[in-house]
Every structure is written in C-alpha cells, then in structure tokens.
Design a protein around this ligand. Sequence first.
Ligand code: HEC
Length: 217
Amino acid sequence: MSANSDKDFHLEQGGASDDSIQQVHAQLQKQKPDKANGYSFLPLGILGLMCTAVFFGSIYLAHYSIRFDPLVVNEHAKREKPGAVVATAVPPAVLGKKVFSNICATCHQATGLGVPGVYPPLAGSEWAQGDEERIIRIVLLGLNGPITVEGKEFNNVMAPLGAALKDDQIANALTYVRQEWGNKAPEVKAETVSRIRAELGARTAPWTAAELLKIGH
Ligand code: HEC
C-alpha cells in the first residue's frame, strides 16, 4: 500500500465527503469574516518610537514654543526684503548729498571749493558752519551783493531755492554742507527750516550779507 492510498482511506473513514467539507468551511468563514484579517497590531517597536517622538516633541515645544506669543510668532508680520533700505536708517547728511550734488554743486562745486571770484566756497566757510538761521535764509530767498567768505570778497547773486526745495531737503543739504570737507557744525533740522520759512511772511526779496549779520549771532 502506498502513502497516498493510506490518506484516502482515512478521509473516507472519517466520512468527510466533498460537500461536508465545504459546509464546514462555509461555517468557519462566517465566524471569522475576511475583514478581520486586515487588522493587526502595530509592531511594538514602531509604537515605542512614536511615543518617544511625541514625548520629546512635547518637551521641545514646552521649551521653545514661547506659548506661540503673537509678538514673536506672527506669520503676518512684515519682513524687510533683504537689501531693502530702511528710510530712517539713512543719515541726513547722506540724503543731503543728493540735493547738494543735484543743485548746489552747479555753483559751489562738488569739492565745496566754489569758483574764485564768482562762487564762494562752502568748504571751510564761516558762514556754512556758523548760525544755521542765516544759511537757511540764504537758501530760502537767495543772497545779493557783497559778502566776505574766508577773507575773500564776492559780489554776486545766489538765486532763491525756497520754492524748489522742501524743508527736509534744505535741512539735509545744509547738514551735508556743515559736515563735509572737514566742516564741523551741528545738523540742521527740517523743523527749523519750517519755522524760518513761516517767519519770512510775505517777504520775497533776497538777503544781503549785511542784513543777515544783524540776525542771530
Ligand atoms: C546758481 C549758483 C548757486 C547755487 C545753485 C547755489 N548757490 Fe549758494 N551762493 C552762490 C553765490 C553766487 C553766493 C554768494 C552771493 C553773493 O555774492 O552775495 C552764494 C552763497 C552761499 C552761501 C554763503 C556764503 C558761503 O560760501 O558760505 C551759502 C552757505 C550757500 N551759498 C549755500 C548754498 C547751498 C546749500 C545751495 C544748494 C541748496 C546753494 N548755495 C546753491 C551761488 C549759488
């Protein structure tokens, strides 16, 4: 007898026909629905890793979240574009250099040395570094007639620039003039220019040096 015929013998002995086997299978399948086979517990190792991640994540947040303070964690905050120039950070003298180069340098020269006998120098000038009220007036209404600058006589005309320039432009230009080429004098404020402009009232006539020397000190 072969092994095969042995098995056949046992099956037949148990009385298990094809039909009855199928019935038993069908019943087993009812008890254990296929769906259940889809579920399985996470391997313990992965579960452990996740718990550790959440644990250290919480510690990290407790330390560094700063309670999500809106003053710090603000996604709507405006950020400066890299390389952007912040207006308040530009010193007045730097802004004034532009006005000076565009307007004043035509006559007084970029060097501030002027033109001998024609345009008086600003570099080293006692007027430029003197009373701010005088030079603000000169820029606003212009200057006529004889003036002595650094011991040299000039007798020419400077045109009024008060209509062409705003108060802060005049202030910045004069601050530049007072702090460039070795000149040393305090900054001129836009408010001072505004005050003097208001004090001019209806006057449009240019100043004379003699008149200005009586104003201020
Ligand atoms: C069109 C030429 C011209 C321009 C532009 C000009 N000036 Fe003058 N400036 C003169 C002349 C000329 C005098 C002397 C006038 C005189 O002889 O009475 C003078 C005189 C002055 C003085 C007094 C004298 C001295 O040398 O210190 C100051 C300060 C001055 N100018 C500043 C300025 C500033 C600042 C600007 C620009 C905002 C300016 N000037 C633009 C021609 C000019």
